[in-house]
Design a protein around this ligand. Structure first.
Ligand SMILES: Cc1cc2nc3c(=O)[nH]c(=O)nc-3n(C[C@H](O)[C@H](O)[C@H](O)COP(=O)(O)OP(=O)(O)OC[C@H]3O[C@@H](n4cnc5c(N)ncnc54)[C@H](O)[C@@H]3O)c2cc1C
Ligand code: FES
Length: 234
């Protein structure tokens, strides 16, 4: 884990209020595990913002972020050639046993971002991707999941893109004929609760995107949030 100076190469809106940013490093960037994140400086803000690493290729990092508040709005206004500091890679990522052969990915909204690089981390595993969004205006990363997964299902709540309804329901249906070694999930709290209720009978690995302070294990903000999450929300 290290702090890097990154130069914005592009910052493009790819769905409603969702941007993909490419950041170039002059230094060699490290390898990362799917599910790890970076802690990105935002001009004029004290706290950095945690964002999943989508891809690192040729010392260029791709991130995808939704504009939800002042920090991400400021990020969306930044122009090419702006320099930002980012610490990476942070977090544990998804660590899977070598014995796994077939794994399902279940993502909701921006929770799809940290799941995509898991596919490239484990070349010997077949990944089946189930990604859910509210509507076609929110859909992201379809081509990438389609290209890299053994099987891809996109679902929208209103049926305007892919299947109608929840991605979890499509996963449950496939589980009657396909034996998965595990399910990896990242998404909004209602999706997590629905997964718990569904009792999938296979190991489930979860990535939480709760609020953070330092990002490196020093301030306990995330521990407090996660404990609260476990106590109250599930
Ligand atoms: C490990 C990790 C990985 C993440 N990866 C991504 C990603 O790849 N793409 C992405 O778009 N977002 C991701 N997030 C969420 C992202 O960090 C927040 O949306 C962002 O920090 C909000 O900053 P802001 O200044 O715009 O919002 P603020 O002004 O701080 O808050 C505005 C609104 O956003 C909500 N919010 C703030 N922080 C979070 C959070 N961590 N999670 C959910 N809602 C939040 C607040 O409750 C509030 O309603 C990740 C979070 C974590 C912890
Ligand atoms: S954000 Fe986790 S300890 Fe600071």
């Amino acid at each position: 884990m290290k702090d890097y100076n990154l130069i914005i190469k592009s910052n493009t809106e790819i769905a409603q209020k969702v941007f993909r940013m490419k950041l170039q490093s002059q230094e060699k960037l490290p390898q990362f595990l799917g599910g790890q994140f970076l802690h990105l400086e935002v001009p004029n803000r004290i706290l950095r913002r945690p964002l999943g690493i989508l891809k690192i290729d040729n010392n260029i990092i791709d991130i995808v972020y939704a504009v939800v508040g002042e920090g991400t709005f400021e990020l969306s206004q930044l122009k090419e050639r702006t320099t930002l500091k980012a610490m990476l890679p942070l977090g544990n990522g998804f660590i899977l046993p070598q014995s796994y052969k077939r794994v399902a990915l279940l993502g909701g909204g921006l929770g799809t971002v940290p799941l995509l690089p898991v596919i490239n981390t484990y070349n010997d595993i077949e990944f089946y991707s189930y990604m859910g969004f509210r509507s076609k205006d929110n859909v992201i990363l379809y081509d990438e999941f389609y290209q890299h997964s053994k099987h891809t299902v996109y679902a929208t709540e209103d049926g305007s893109f892919g299947g109608k309804g929840y991605a979890l329901d499509y996963l449950k249906k496939d589980m009657s004929s396909i034996k998965f070694d595990a399910v990896l999930i990242c998404g909004p709290i209602p999706m997590m609760k629905a997964v718990q209720k569904a009792d999938l009978k296979v190991p489930v690995f979860v990535s939480l995107e709760e609020r953070m302070g330092c990002g490196v294990g020093a301030c306990l903000v995330c521990y407090e949030n996660i404990s609260q999450y476990l106590r109250n929300r599930i």
